[in-house]
Design a protein around this ligand. Structure first.
Ligand SMILES: *Cc1c(COP(=O)(O)O)cnc(C)c1O
Length: 361
């Protein structure tokens, strides 16, 4: 059965018993156990309804646990649309050229510190200038919201060390990378264990879900076990949990990530080769089911490098590909994803289309 049929059949069964109870349900425990056994940092997990909610909750928790207010995010990383994160936020905010969003009060972002991605020295400076005041660092462990950008090994090792040394928490926002780079997410892939993790997208199997989790001693701060309030009427509802459970069951079958890695490698290399053949300055990369490319020589280590990309050319490429029947993410500042539904024929078709389009733009 194709992936969606698999999930839809399970949803139809669950639906007969009710769509929402406004109370915890057994399926929440089933998905929670799957997430806990998959993701190295997660000992306890709380389900919410979106990645945005997960990031809002995890930030409140980091502040509650450390008793500190400030936090560091990286330029071009997106952590949902909550007020405190809408500073240099990448994704749609970047595509539309919005510096920040109107309607966000200054007071909401006054404790948001930012640094360029992959810039450890900038992070060290922020810790020096804000001694004892930083609750956490939050980051996309592989960036997908300024295009596809990977962390330098010394950067990701460095922020783990700096947070530990300064009594701050390390939060991996794995809303995009979770169950995509590996079954245990970027933290399994890189072998770095954060204190807290946010999830979304894949764990909902197409339904609205988010989650945050991490070390038991921190998670026990969350109500009703602890004093940090966070709740949601529809959180952990049986439909979303069912879609998540059946999606993860499919993903944990042997060979999943090897297959994704194989087709994504073919696709990314194929597009870059086509770019070379047709004389375009391009760079790009991939990990498992996630990839991206820029219309610039590269290398791209942060958002300001990403912005050197020829976005007008990207627009031509995007529209040309649509005409060929291939729908890429409609922005240079988004990563691409492959899925188990993509066949090797789809990949070959896409590369051939890219070569056609690149030769006429
Ligand atoms: C998509 C995304 C979010 C926000 O999730 P929503 O479900 O859209 O609210 C947060 N962080 C990252 C890294 C994302 O990619």
């Amino acid at each position: 059965m194709p992936m969606t049929g698999f999930v839809l059949a399970a949803l139809a069964e669950t639906m007969k018993k009710g769509t929402s109870f406004g109370a915890p349900c057994l399926l929440e425990n089933v998905l929670a156990e799957m997430v806990i056994s998959a993701v190295p940092s997660i000992e306890m997990v709380r389900f919410v309804n979106s990645g945005t909610e997960a990031c809002m909750g995890v930030l409140r928790l980091a502040r509650a646990f450390t008793g500190k207010q400030k936090f560091i995010k990286f330029e071009g990383c997106y952590h949902g649309h909550a007020n405190s994160f809408l500073v240099k936020a990448g994704s749609g905010v970047a595509t539309l050229g919005l510096p920040d969003s109107p309607g966000v009060p200054k007071s909401a972002t006054s404790d948001t510190l930012t640094a360029p991605y992959n810039d450890l020295a900038a992070v060290e400076k922020l810790f020096e200038a804000n001694k004892g005041e930083i609750a956490a660092i939050i980051l996309e462990p592989v960036v997908g919201n300024s295009g596809f950008i990977t962390p330098k090994p010394e950067f990701i090792d460095g922020i783990r060390r700096i947070t530990k040394d300064n009594g701050a928490l390390l939060i991996f926002d794995e809303v995009m990378t979770g169950f995509r780079l590996a079954y245990g997410g970027a933290q399994e892939y890189f072998g770095i264990t954060p204190d807290l993790t946010t999830l979304g997208k894949i764990i909902g199997g197409g339904l609205p879900v988010g989650a945050y989790g991490g070390r038991r001693d921190i998670m026990e701060m969350v109500a009703p076990a602890g004093p940090m309030y966070q709740a949601g009427t529809l959180s952990g509802n049986p439909l979303a949990m069912t879609a998540g459970i059946h999606t993860l069951k499919r993903l944990r079958q042997p060979g999943t990530y090897e297959y994704l890695d194989k087709i994504t490698k073919e696709l990314t290399n194929g597009i870059l080769e086509a770019g070379k053949k047709t004389g375009h300055a391009m760079c790009g990369g991939y990990i498992s089911g996630m990839f991206g490319f820029f219309f610039t020589e590269g290398p791209v280590y942060d958002f300001s490098d990403a912005k050197k990309s020829d976005t007008e050319k990207f627009g031509k490429f995007f529209r040309g590909m649509l005409e060929e029947g291939v729908y890429f993410a409609p922005s240079q500042f988004e990563a691409g994803f492959t899925s188990l539904a993509h066949t090797p024929q789809d990949i070959q078709f896409t590369i051939a289309a890219a070569e056609k389009v690149l030769s006429r733009i």
